[in-house]
Design a protein around this ligand. Structure first.
Ligand SMILES: *Cc1c(COP(=O)(O)O)cnc(C)c1O
Length: 227
C-alpha cells in the first residue's frame, strides 16, 4: 500500500493544468493515462479511488492478469508496449486502446481478432520521430501509408499517434522532437483522417509535450513511484 498515490495524482494533475494554461489549451483537453506496469492491482485500486480511470500497461500477460483481477471496476486499459504476433489475440480481447501499433500485420491481426461484442479497438500508431535506437515505431516516411491502411480496418478506430522520444538533455531539444510529432499528426489530419489523440509525454517530459500539443500524457513514476 502506498498512501502517497493520491497526493502524487493531485500533484501531476496540477502540473498538467499549469502546462495546459501556459500553452493556452483548454483545461481538460490533456488526458492523464496512469502507467501501472509492474504495480499490482492494489496500486491501481488506489489510483482509481483518487479519480483515475485510464491505465497503461506494457507487458501483455501481466496486464491481462491485472485486468482480470480488476473486472469489478469500470476501468479503461491501454496497451503501450511492443506487441508480438502471438500476443495480438490477448490484446484484442482485453484492451480498450493500443498505442503501439507500428506494423500493418499487427494491425490486421488485431482487427481480425477483436471480439464482435466489443466496440472497435481504439488505436494510435507509434512513430519513431527522432530515429532513436529504440527501433519501435514506424518511420515518418512510412507513416502516411500505414495510417491510411490502419484507418481502413473494420474493427479498429484510428485515433492518433504515439511517440517515445529518446531522453533529451535540454527542454529545447525535447520540445523540438515533440513539435516534429505534432507536425506529423497535423499532416495526417490535413489529409482527412479524423484524429484526436497525440499520445506524448511521460513523467520527465510532460510539460514540454503539452507545450507542443500533446492530448494524452502517459505517467508512471510520478504517480506510483520508482519501478
Ligand atoms: C513506462 C512507460 C511510460 C511511463 O514512464 P514514466 O517515466 O514512469 O512516467 C510511458 N510510456 C511508455 C510507452 C512506457 O513504456
Amino acid at each position: 500500500m502506498n498512501p502517497s498515490i493520491a497526493d502524487n495524482i493531485a500533484r501531476v494533475q496540477a502540473q498538467i493544468l499549469a502546462a495546459c494554461q501556459a500553452a493556452g489549451c483548454t483545461p481538460g483537453s490533456v488526458h492523464l493515462l496512469a502507467v501501472s506496469k509492474t504495480w499490482g492491482p492494489d496500486a491501481v485500486r488506489q489510483a482509481h479511488a483518487a479519480g483515475l480511470t485510464a491505465f497503461g500497461e506494457n507487458y501483455i500477460q501481466e496486464a491481462v492478469d491485472k485486468i482480470t483481477a480488476l473486472r469489478d471496476l469500470p476501468l479503461e486499459w491501454h496497451c503501450i508496449g511492443p506487441i508480438q504476433s502471438n500476443k495480438t489475440r490477448l490484446v484484442a480481447e482485453h484492451f480498450d486502446w493500443v498505442h503501439s501499433v507500428d506494423r500493418l500485420k499487427i494491425a490486421q491481426r488485431l482487427s481480425e481478432q477483436r471480439p464482435a461484442e466489443l466496440p472497435p479497438l481504439q488505436v494510435c500508431i507509434q512513430v519513431n520521430v527522432d530515429g532513436g535506437h529504440n527501433k519501435s515505431g514506424v518511420s515518418p516516411e512510412e507513416l502516411p501509408a500505414l495510417a491510411q491502411a490502419v484507418a481502413a480496418l473494420p474493427r479498429l478506430q484510428l485515433r492518433g499517434l504515439m511517440t517515445i522520444p529518446e531522453p533529451a538533455e535540454t527542454e529545447a531539444q525535447m520540445r523540438a522532437v515533440h513539435a516534429q510529432a505534432n507536425a506529423l499528426y497535423e499532416a495526417l489530419r490535413q489529409q482527412g483522417l479524423p484524429l484526436d489523440t497525440l499520445s506524448m509525454g511521460m513523467s520527465a517530459d510532460m510539460a514540454a509535450a503539452i507545450a507542443e500539443g500533446s492530448t494524452l500524457v502517459r505517467v508512471g513514476t510520478a504517480i506510483f513511484g520508482q519501478r
